[in-house]
Design a binder for this molecule. Structure first.
Ligand SMILES: CC(C)(COP(=O)(O)OP(=O)(O)OC[C@H]1O[C@@H](n2cnc3c(N)ncnc32)[C@H](O)[C@@H]1OP(=O)(O)O)[C@@H](O)C(=O)NCCC(=O)NCCS
Length: 170
């Protein structure tokens, strides 16, 4: 069984994080993101998001204690002001071949603890309806299915996918 360290991501983790997404898309384990490949635009967006200047986005990562490689990631975004400033939104993914070893659950539990400590009142995640792994993990961590957004995601292949909204009060 793999042993991982969970921590907040820094700008210098960008390459390792991008590699998780790239391999997920290349090896077709990340089939519910809507994307077919990892673009340079996406990498630039990741750098912006990890920049210390960005105050509405964080990422938590799982690092394999043996190889020191990033094997899982969880994005954590929120607003600073307005009527939704109490909400944190999550997105997640695990390196191909490392699924089913508890990495996703560890990341999600960690992010939920951090969000609660920061005073957020609600966590949200949107999951494509066929993404069984993510649905199981969300439910295991106390998220409730709140509804379905129909044709909410347009994929690179031109398909429209329905998306579940999961919510958890903190
Ligand atoms: C979904 C995902 C993030 C879950 O992370 P993980 O580290 O594999 O999850 P865990 O090992 O913590 O398992 C959580 C639960 O989900 C279940 N699970 C995970 N993947 C599953 C799958 N593909 N099918 C069915 N159940 C699955 C596990 O069995 C576990 O439930 P259990 O404790 O009742 O056995 C990961 O499998 C993944 O990245 N999958 C492919 C990409 C993906 O779907 N990304 C999500 C955004 S597109």
């Amino acid at each position: 069984m793999i042993s991982v360290t969970i921590r907040k991501a820094r700008l210098d983790d960008a390459k390792g994080i991008a590699e998780v997404s790239k391999q997920g898309l290349k090896q077709k384990t990340w089939i519910y993101t809507g994307s077919n490949k990892y673009t340079s635009k996406r990498y630039k967006q990741l750098l912006d998001r990890l920049s210390p200047k960005n105050s509405t986005f964080k990422m938590f990562i799982a690092i394999d204690k043996k190889t020191k490689k990033v094997v899982g990631q969880l994005s954590y975004s929120f607003r600073k002001t307005g009527r939704q400033k109490h909400i944190v939104g999550f997105g997640w993914g695990v390196y191909p071949g490392f699924e089913g070893q508890g990495i996703g659950t560890k990341l999600l539990k960690y992010a939920l603890e951090q969000a609660k400590k920061k005073g957020f009142k609600r966590a949200e995640a949107e999951v494509v309806v066929k993404n069984i792994g993510s649905i199981r993990m969300a439910e295991k961590c106390g998220f409730k299915l709140e509804g379905t957004k129909r044709k909410a995601l347009l994929t690179d292949d031109g398909k429209y996918l329905d998306v579940y909204v999961f919510g958890k009060l903190l």
